[in-house]
Ligand binder design. Sequence first.
Ligand code: BTN
Length: 325
Amino acid sequence: MSIKQDILTMLESRRGKYISGEELAENFGVSRAAVWKAIKMLRSEGHSITAVTNRGYALEISSDKLSEQSVRKHLTGDACLCRIETAGIVESTNTVLKFRGDKGENEGLILIAEGQTNGKGRIGRSFYSPEKTGLYLSVLLRPKIRAEQAMFITTAAAVAVAKAIESETGIESGIKWVNDIYCADRKVCGILTEASMDFETGALAYAVLGIGINISEPEGGFPDDIKEIVGTLRGKEAVGDLKSRLAAAILNYFFEYYKHIEEKTFIDEYKKRSILIGKWVTFARLEEKYEAQVVDIDNNARLVVRYENGEIEAIGAGEVSVRKK
Ligand code: BTN
């Protein structure tokens, strides 16, 4: 690790508290001038660090710059084994990790970006990913499951995100089948899992789980086509280390489920958090439009609907919208 990274680790471990230049220099066996140089570089990268004569340096509580250190310090359990990379603006964190997956990168690589120029959503849509106001995170996985079980990665992640939002912000969150997280009737998070098949074995070669959360209002608001649907966790409030805490909490919850993914221990929580059970929904299939009432979510995370004629069906994929009264 470089001196700069070492200093950041120490400042992050005591966020909000001053550490003298002398202590930092002694601790890492470098001169105070070298400490100052590292602090200047960290500041130029966007870390808010205060320097006060006779007290030293402190990473401000309000600093919202993501770093490996700011996430790692909150990790627990299996998530501690992850390798975390942070980036400024990338095309899409999923695209970057797919490339790394194709190159043979091992499971457990996490990429978190400050913004995306071509954030991807489901069914070929885009995901609006302005700089700084959202959390854009992807996870490279090599699960030993069959391709048709890949949807459980998304389902487990949806529960992990909903729980993380609640534990880190206190805001209640629900899941709109299959992978959207809603708070107060607004979509705050979307999840996209992309998988690569090994055609010889029929198993997954790798999967990239991508999670995008709207944390605060982007400057100028959201674009017209989504502004009536999406919401944020923080409005215009300062974000501080919320992105880091949320990212860590998501990884902590997710990897607990992931280690026994085939046991589907997340299903009960997924059902409990469903915002669709009891609602009338519309969905399209082969150009036809259907209306039905959602009566349950089954143990394979399929949406169980009842048509007006009483017929019951379990739907495994697709997109539904709540019927307007
Ligand atoms: C959706 O709502 O349709 C899914 C959105 C998924 C967005 C996330 S942001 C991080 C990752 N990188 C992407 O390009 N997409 C996912």
